[in-house]
Design a protein around this ligand. Sequence first.
Ligand code: MG
Length: 474
Amino acid sequence: MRTTKYSLISIKFLILLLLGLFPSLKAQENQRKSPNFIIIFADDLGYGDLGVFGNPSINTPHLDRMAFEGQKWTNFYAAASVCTPSRAALLTGRLPVRSGMASNETRVLFPNSKNGLPSYEITLAEQLKKAGYTTAAIGKWHLGHKEEFLPTNNGFDSYFGIPYSNDMDRVDNTMDYWEFWRQPDDSIKTEYFNVPLLRDTKIIERPANQNTITKRYSEEAVNFVNNINEDPFFLYLAHNLPHIPLFASKDFLGKSKRGLYGDVVEEIDNGVGRIITALREQGLEENTIIVFTSDNGPWLPFENNGGSAGPLRAGKGTTWEGGVREPTIFWGPGLIQKGVVQDLGSTMDIFSTFSQLAGVAVPSDRIIDGIDLSETLLNGMPSTRKSVLYYRGTNLFAARLGDFKAHFITQGAYGAFGEREVHEPPLLFNLAFDAGEHFNIADKHPAIISEIRELVKEHQKNLVKGKDQLVDRE
Ligand code: MG
């Protein structure tokens, strides 16, 4: 009798104890579970092309909302102003000059390029694989189209996309490149670009139908989210657009006040909304981080078919701010502290930050240029990044330290759009006062120039340039 009473009390106590403990255990378990990561990478989208970054005629409600619910970064940089080196830096956390994915002979990889990202480089996907992540790449790759260089040989479990730029493999090459682009928009057809669409390593469509490519990439991403198992995941969604040629599916064509370029950006925004809806429906939004950014600035010579750098100077191909500062948003309602971050960040930091959050050590056998931003993302602490290096090919053209940026060399986007100029003393701008780089204040701040020279010297001391992987063609 006594024993039974004792047992009943014990059971009751145990139940109460479990009830009390359960919510906190559950919370702890959620905290312990590695977060999911989604990188959405636009191509040639300018700093001024989203509503939340000030665009007056492109409607981007989903990205705007992401920014209000998450962190909007106003000084966030790509590591190069053109596709291939920028993507290499994003996925390896290293300046492309180190991996050989930058060249002074050619700026990006082409369909007849022999090489790609060297196998000894460690991608973010390979990092996250160490922690048991399911990984997928969707969209533009541009780090080598041969099988050995494709995403499935770089840490991704699957791939669906066009392996390089959507303006490549032009069917009729008799017309001059720039003359070709002066044709009216509606006479430029998707079949003029014989680009392949791959599923893993196999071509499943050629030419890829680009009218529906943005929509299909977003659908592929939604399907991935809807079918994910218990593992944490990393999804890399790299849209081919709004890089020219511009195409939108029929639901978006002709809808934006900003014309075809606006239609394209609005379709990308719609896809972002659909991915977030899928995360919510799967109950994953509290433990998923999305970062949205772009590989380089707007391709301005394309005029209305290129984007806008907003208040920034110049665009794609240059080391002016418009070439490399990107409209960047981190979103993750259960993880990311809300706010606007004016501190410095780089696409290379995503490598270090996501590695840290997944509990994977960053490689110690090589120089990693990325910096862990997790304290800023999770706790709103100041960013630990204090400087930015601006490369064109394998040459350092400019450097930023705090708010000040020194240009040692400047050059327009491509040969015809500006000659190369060496500046001695360098041009100096205070980017906090003068984001448009209009007012050279070098003569007022010799001490700051010395500090920036010191930073460059320190960086160059340990720099080993990788073998040029872009130059060899078939
Ligand atoms: Mg690009």
